[in-house]
Write a protein that binds this ligand. Structure first.
Ligand code: PHE
Length: 453
């Protein structure tokens, strides 16, 4: 099937970064760093982004670029080409793709609950800006006590996402990412300057960058891996979709590298924004998923023109999260279009009830289902842990094996080794070793250590 291609190089970067730069960086990064002791987590995260995340980003982009298909159809065709009758019969790769699609749809459900929270903040800042009143410091608690509102906002988000996806990938994502990225970056930099002038900055920097490995538990490696995969948008088939729209001449490893660098930078920026506030306001205790909402409402309340900046920030955050949600849905929609030949609108709307039903318990986890806890985790945190700490590493293990062993070496070399690219042969050897042996070994070690130790 002939696919469209990104209209230019920047459209690809904007769209990919637009999906990578989202709640993972701004909402999840600060809270997992906070819950896992700071520096040791951050240092491991940066390292693993390069040696584990990047090889998979390149691998996923490669699957898409080589097949010009979405993950399920691509892996199916790879299984069929295999010389082994066992692989042709059981199509093991197909199961990787199924799990990736299921994970992405379930993650969209979790995402939708958090997007609902962001929408609430947008509404609050807007109304308070109009009326000129200050917002209460405990804004987040008001929302947490209102289950109906959370369900309503989550539903609105799912509806918006489905509507945008049903209109088409290129128009939807490209336009959105192009519009908000530069504005959001400029605003972030301004807010970081303000935050770094707070008295807690020195403590915050020590917390963020001084690695104290005594906080590391047997589960931390899996947590870091899961977060790396989530924030780099791998393990869900999303990068395969982006790769399938890459132009012929694009050098895939370089694209992957730039996406990784930018994504890490944005996460660190978000640490610069949040932690000085945490240390200045003496916000103690494990805030978990509510961390950025609690800290930022205090921050904006104290700042001149706080309601205005709060509104612009949460609008940008919402649009970034919408871009990511679109991508999460797009992975499954492209599969339905490729394999079942459904039209875009049917493929998009067919998923909505499932997503809503998965999201419902999570959006009631602070009210109706408040007492439903597993190992002291609320339903929402359980989703977060199960999908990101366990499911993503499982899928990424499958993807690394698929790329390492499933695709013929010749095809990979053709794409990777280029005369006009310096050292591309050496680069290929290193990448191939990482994706074939090192990445699977580290993921398996992560699981084993979390079970055994
Ligand atoms: N990387 C996104 C984030 O950091 C999540 C995401 C995954 C978005 C897959 C799109 C596709 O929030």
């Amino acid at each position: 099937m002939r696919r469209g291609a990104w209209s230019n190089r920047y459209a690809f970067y904007l769209a990919t970064i637009g999906s990578a730069f989202s709640l993972g960086n701004l909402w999840r990064f600060p809270y997992v760093v906070d819950s896992n002791g700071g520096g040791a987590f951050v240092v491991t995260y940066i390292l693993l982004c390069f040696i584990i995340g990047l090889p998979i980003v390149v691998g996923e982009l490669m699957i898409g670029r080589l097949s010009r298909l979405s993950i399920l159809s691509a892996t199916e065709s790879i299984s069929l080409e295999s010389p082994s009758p066992w692989v042709r019969k059981w199509k093991p790769w197909k199961w990787v793709a199924y799990t990736a699609n299921l994970t992405s749809v379930c993650l969209l459900a979790l995402y939708s609950v958090i997007c609902g929270w962001v929408l609430f903040f947008v509404m609050q800042y807007l109304t308070h800006l109009i009326t000129g009143r200050a917002l209460p410091d405990d804004l987040f608690n008001i929302l947490m006590n209102n289950g109906t509102l959370q369900v309503a906002l989550m539903s609105v988000h799912i509806l918006i996402t489905t509507f945008v996806v049903s209109m088409g990938l290129k128009q939807g994502i490209e336009r959105l990412s192009t519009l908000i990225m530069p504005l959001f970056m400029a605003l972030m930099i301004y807010l970081i300057f303000k935050s770094l002038s707070l008295p807690g900055t020195v403590d915050a920097m020590r917390f963020l960058f001084y690695p104290n490995f005594s906080y590391f538990t047997s589960e931390t490696l899996l947590k870091v891996l899961g977060h790396v995969f989530f924030t780099l948008s791998v393990g869900m088939g999303a990068m395969v979709v982006f790769g399938s729209y890459l132009r012929e001449e694009t050098y895939v490893p370089r694209s992957g590298f730039k996406v990784t660098i930018l994504d890490i930078t944005i996460s660190i920026f978000s640490g610069f924004l949040i932690f000085p506030i945490v240390f200045s306001a003496n916000i103690n205790g494990d805030y978990g998923p509510s961390l950025i909402f609690n800290t930022l409402s205090v921050f904006f309340n104290k700042m001149g023109l706080g309601n205005f900046f709060g509104l612009v920030f949460f609008v940008c955050l919402y649009l970034a999260a919408l871009g990511a949600s679109i991508m999460l849905l797009e992975t499954s929609v492209s599969h339905l279009i490729d394999s079942k030949k459904w039209n875009r609108s049917r493929a998009s709307w067919s998923m909505i009830v499932f997503i809503f039903l998965v999201a419902l318990p999570a959006s009631l986890s602070s009210t109706l289902l408040k007492n439903l806890k597993f190992q002291d985790l609320s339903v929402l945190r359980l989703y977060d842990k199960f999908l990101i700490d366990y499911m993503l590493p499982v899928v990424c293990l499958g993807i690394s094996l698929l790329v390492g062993f499933g695709i013929s070496k010749k095809k990979k070399q053709e794409l990777f080794i280029r005369e006009d690219e310096m050292d591309s042969e050496k680069l290929f050897r290193n990448w191939h070793f990482l994706v074939r042996w090192f990445v699977p070994a580290v993921i398996i070690f992560g699981f084993v250590s979390s079970i055994v130790f």
